[in-house]
Design a protein around this ligand. Structure first.
Ligand code: ME8
Length: 511
């Protein structure tokens, strides 16, 4: 019996161009939380996919001389392939052009109609195709005769067309009440405050259908309208659990979602529109929306329109996937923006992976191979220095579950890497190589504790660098059943007599 159920999602990506580092970041972040919860004894369901409707995609298809579906089939495959290259552990990949999703969106629409939250009128206002978002007049600025959103910097155009509206204005107080009762619904706190401020300033009714193009899900019983792409896209989180079949096991087990991991640019959709739609349809809103920061190149958001993109696939090819995962997760802290560059990536690989964790594993494994014929035996009570290392490690590991439950991944990584640093220091101080002749027993004990520490560190780092850590855990012959956090409750990982296998270099130092 598992501890609890954990449903985690990434944003579903627009297949409107090549995947970039922002996509990689959102996905890896969610994957780390998914993997951590798996080793923390949860039953995890992890979803990603592609968001294929709307004017932005229709235009991208036209530009490529393809009909929208053929275009989406092609680009969606590229994103699917990305999930493999990033070593994501997703349980499903949803496409909003799938039948299961249409059924789910139709049902949600019907629910909103039945609750009296939808009415027909005319939309007159600003729209950004690139953001697929409506903007108020006070959010639009003029530059060189052209209009832009002051919020995102994207170009906006004037739209006048028949449209169905969702009565968002009526949800203002109910949303504020919901945020108050669910303190941790939006994290980090700075984003929660931002959303509350925006809602308090008043909400306008939201246009939820378009009539000037056709690429989307048709409004039930009204072919002239396609459903607004954000209402369509957000519903993917339900479709993947087989909504509208609320008796389905997946739905019963995993809804409400534990966490939607998203970038801060799409916070309004997830933290305002989405809970309002769900509350109106009498479906429980998700437990948490975590809005991460942007990956910056210098001071600017990395984005296709700005042409300052570091290509994740090229980085993986040159440095390796664990290296990219570790760097992105360590560099961008708890919801803030993070500036990335090749030189800081190389520094991070050298200092944390090659010189610290990699070196710890390599030095102990080669010492045990060369001096103990691969087998180490623990044979005495712990020394004061052993106890000190164990206590220091315990003190650090006690905080780790809390860090992860607050999405404070960056503190988590720093703490685990510190355990590796302390273990390296313990070995330097204990100098087991000096005991080879006169005190084999003591030498064995030091090596045994070092191997136990390596096992703990490897399990703790496994959500972040799954490939390297599984090589180490394999070389330690640690059973899959033990590769979880039960050691935090004082369970030993390795037996008193432990035999290791060959371990090749984990991380090459970049010179
Ligand atoms: O927004 N740094 O899709 P998308 C960090 N289809 N994150 C970034 C980023 C950057 N420079 N650039 C983009 C969509 N992202 C919608 C989602 S969900 C129902 C629909 C993040 O392909 C962005 O914040 O434009 C978002 O979380 C994700 O990449 C997908 O962006």
């Amino acid at each position: 019996m598992k501890n609890s159920n954990f449903y985690i999602t990434t944003p579903i990506y627009y297949p409107s161009g090549k995947p970039h580092m922002g996509h990689a970041y959102s996905s890896i972040l969610a994957d780390v939380f998914a993997r951590f919860n798996r080793i923390n004894d949860c039953d995890v369901y992890f979803l990603t996919g592609t968001d294929e409707h709307g004017l932005k995609i229709q235009k991208a298809a036209e530009k490529n001389g393809l009909d929208p579906l053929t275009y989406c089939n092609k680009i969606s495959e590229i994103f699917k392939d990305l999930t493999k290259k990033l070593n994501l552990s997703n349980d499903d990949f949803i496409r909003t052009t799938e039948k299961r999703h249409y059924e789910s969106v139709n049902e949600l629409w019907d629910k909103l109609v039945k609750s009296g939250d939808i009415y027909l009128s005319k939309y007159k206002g600003w729209y950004s195709v690139s953001d697929e978002a409506y903007y108020n007049p006070d959010e639009v600025v003029e530059k060189d005769g052209k209009k832009f959103s002051s919020f995102s910097g994207s170009a906006v155009e004037w739209v006048e067309e028949d449209s169905f509206f969702f009565k968002l204005s009526a949800w203002k107080n109910k949303l504020l009440d919901f945020y108050e009762k669910n303190e941790n619904f939006i994290l980090p706190i700075s984003r929660r405050n931002e959303v509350i401020k925006f809602v308090k300033s008043g909400l306008k009714d939201l246009s939820v259908s378009r009539t000037s193009f056709t690429w989307g899900i048709k409004v039930p019983n009204n072919d002239k309208h396609v459903i607004y792409v954000w209402l369509d896209a957000l519903t993917n989180y339900l479709s993947a659990l087989n909504y509208p079949n609320t008796n389905d096991n997946l739905f019963k087990k995993f809804w409400p979602a534990s966490i939607h991991v998203i970038g801060k640019d799409i916070l309004r959709f997830h933290a305002i529109y989405w809970p309002a739609f769900l509350l109106a349809a009498k479906i429980k809103p998700p437990i948490r929306v975590f809005g991460h920061g942007w990956i910056l190149s210098g001071e600017e958001k990395m984005s296709k329109s700005k042409g300052n993109i570091l290509n994740p696939l090229e980085i993986i090819e040159k440095y390796g996937i664990d290296e990219l995962r570790y760097y992105l997760m360590k560099e961008v802290s708890h919801g803030s923006d993070g500036s990335i560059s090749l030189s800081s990536l190389e520094n991070c690989i050298n200092s944390d992976l090659a010189n610290n964790y990699g070196n710890l594993c390599q030095r102990i494994f080669s010492f045990v191979k060369n001096n103990c014929s691969n087998t180490v035996k623990r044979s005495k009570n712990l020394s004061i220095k052993d106890k000190k290392l164990i206590n220091e490690t315990d003190k650090i590991t006690k905080k780790l579950r809390d860090y992860m439950s607050n999405q404070s991944l960056n503190n988590y990584i720093k703490s685990v890497i510190n355990i590796s640093f302390l273990t390296n220091k313990y070995i330097n101080d204990e100098e087991p190589w000096k005991l080879k002749i006169n005190n084999i027993q003591e030498m064995n004990n030091i090596l045994h504790l070092s191997l136990e520490q390596i096992s703990k560190i490897s399990i703790l780092l496994s959500p972040i660098i799954p490939l390297a850590t599984s090589k180490v855990l394999d070389a330690l012959n640690i059973d899959n059943k033990l590769r979880n956090l039960s050691f935090l409750d004082k369970k030993k990982i390795i037996p008193d007599i432990v035999t290791i296998n060959e371990l090749n270099i984990l991380f090459k130092k970049i010179i």
